[in-house]
Write a protein that binds this ligand. Structure first.
Ligand SMILES: CC(C)(COP(=O)(O)OP(=O)(O)OC[C@H]1O[C@@H](n2cnc3c(N)ncnc32)[C@H](O)[C@@H]1OP(=O)(O)O)[C@@H](O)C(=O)NCCC(=O)NCCS
Length: 212
């Protein structure tokens, strides 16, 4: 997964600065990184000692990249924009992550410090696991989904694509016949406890989680 010669980080917000921190921990020096944003969002030329460039400048064309934006839909848009500039999705896995050999990671995944992934897991493209999130056996996470800090998935939970799970949320287990499902584009609020299936596009919150 690492090391990279260079790394472009799409975004220049708090999340992007955190991703740069993980990249440093993975052995990428700040001078080998750049933040890239669309020209209309370019505010500064340097952040935390790392250059910031407009993607339109072509400075990072062909570089490996990660999409460091905190919204699943915008994350896909960012990834597609980077790929249109000949950039290739990289995967970042913090050295502290615990991960079994039966975990399948797709391109563009970002795994933050303290994440724990046990066995027989499948993560789609550009999935983001934030600090101290944990995934138990047989979970699946769809493309561009984001798990916030402290998210806990019990065994056999199937999360769709473009799902956002808020900080500290938990999802109880499914079983071999019937995995616990969280549909595409769903939003699970901070602190929720999901005890039943969540429909595509639903927003759920509370303990137990209910659509609101
Ligand atoms: C759900 C969320 C988006 C707030 O939505 P909102 O519609 O703006 O919420 P509001 O503050 O207007 O509150 C609306 C109602 O929902 C309730 N509510 C809001 N957030 C809630 C939550 N996380 N859990 C339970 N109830 C919540 C409020 O108490 C309020 O209830 P009321 O109508 O009975 O008074 C927000 O709480 C959340 O979970 N964001 C995720 C943040 C996160 O995890 N970030 C991680 C960054 S790494």
């Amino acid at each position: 997964m690492t090391p990279y010669g260079k790394l472009a980080i799409f975004g220049a917000g708090g999340h992007a600065r955190e991703v740069a921190f993980i990249a440093e921990r993975c052995g990428v020096p700040p001078e080998a990184m750049a933040f890239v944003v669309e020209a209309s969002y370019l505010r500064e030329t340097e952040l935390n000692g790392i250059e910031v460039h407009a993607i339109e400048s072509g400075h990072c064309d062909g570089w490996p990249f990660v999409a460091a934006v905190g919204d699943p839909i915008l994350k896909e848009r960012a990834a597609r924009l980077c790929m249109s500039h000949g950039m290739l999705a990289a995967t970042l896995c913090d050295p502290s992550v615990e991960l079994h050999r039966t975990v399948a990671l797709s391109e563009g995944c970002i795994l933050f410090p303290g994440a724990i992934l046990t066995v027989n897991l499948i993560l789609g493209a550009h999935v983001h696991l934030n600090v101290a999130s944990s995934l138990s056996h047989d979970c699946r996470i769809g493309d561009y989904s984001i798990l916030s800090p402290g998210t806990r998935l019990a065994g056999r939970v199937h999360v769709g694509s473009h799902v956002f799970i808020g900080i500290g949320a938990s999802v109880v287990n499914g079983n071999a016949d019937e995995p616990m499902t969280i549909g595409d584009n769903a939003f699970v609020a901070a602190g929720a406890c999901v005890t039943g299936p969540v429909a595509d596009g639903a927003r759920v919150m509370g303990v137990p989680a209910r659509a609101r």
